[in-house]
Design a binder for this molecule. Structure first.
Ligand SMILES: Nc1ncnc2c1ncn2[C@@H]1O[C@H](COP(=O)(O)OP(=O)(O)OP(=O)(O)O)[C@@H](O)[C@H]1O
Ligand SMILES: [Mg+2]
Length: 206
């Protein structure tokens, strides 16, 4: 039976692959119709390259990040690749995940995405889902919530973030070429980021 980190990556991969056409359709509306295809290709590769037996969460996430970086392509490949690699650095050597570890990993992933992509909240990107999710997560664990209930609240914030992306103009990536015409469409990257968080939550909930 595969180790827990591989099982979690499988859960994320299953969701991304199951939503491949949906993500691609979203990207058809405001991009170049490849987000679902790119991400599904990336996760097929991740599930081939990451050692199913590995117990080290950090090492597995680093491997997943390197694989996403080299297989997803587009804007989201380097961004997701960096997110997983930075989360992997924070979790290096860990074989179990505490609520604090999860907070540190989310924050490191966001810092990596921002360093690489130079975007801030409100530009209609994956950050509009992940930043509010991370903020909610941190607030919940500060109140003493456990990892699953904090993540459940975080997923709700991520979903609200996706809704928010429908109301704003894209100022980063290909969608920015559309200007005002990008309003009304939800961001594909914010959607895939939310699916990712929901898959992690579902996995940890067991
Ligand atoms: N600078 C950025 N920072 C954070 N996320 C970004 C940035 N640029 C694009 N994205 C995210 O990447 C998603 C598009 O990923 P995709 O796999 O379709 O790559 P792409 O076709 O090269 O996209 P694009 O040129 O629109 O950025 C967007 O929906 C957005 O969420
Ligand atoms: Mg695209």
């Amino acid at each position: 039976m595969p180790g827990r980190v591989y099982q979690c990556l499988s859960k994320i991969g299953e969701s991304i692959i199951a939503n491949k056409d949906f993500l691609t359709e979203l990207d058809r509306e405001i991009g170049d119709s490849d987000h679902g295809i790119n991400m599904a290709r990336g996760f097929h590769a991740v599930l081939e390259k990451v050692d199913p037996e590995a117990a080290d969460i950090g090492a597995s996430l680093k491997k997943a990040g390197m694989t996403l970086l080299s297989t997803v392509g587009g804007a989201s490949g380097p961004l997701y690749g960096t997110a997983y690699m930075e989360a992997g650095k924070v979790l290096a050597g860990k074989t179990e995940l505490t609520a604090e570890d999860m907070k540190a990993a989310l924050e490191a992933a966001i810092a990596g995405i921002q360093k690489r992509g130079k975007a801030v909240k409100g530009e209609k990107t994956m950050l509009d889902a992940i930043i509010p999710a991370s903020e909610t997560y941190a607030a919940k664990i500060a109140e003493g919530a456990d990892i699953v209930s904090a993540l459940t609240a975080a997923c709700q914030s991520a979903r609200e973030g996706v809704e928010y992306t429908k109301t704003i103009i894209a100022t980063k990536g290909r969608a920015s070429y559309l200007g005002e015409r990008s309003i009304g469409h939800q961001d594909p990257g914010a959607t895939s980021a939310t699916l990712t968080l929901e898959a992690i939550r579902d996995f940890l909930r067991g």
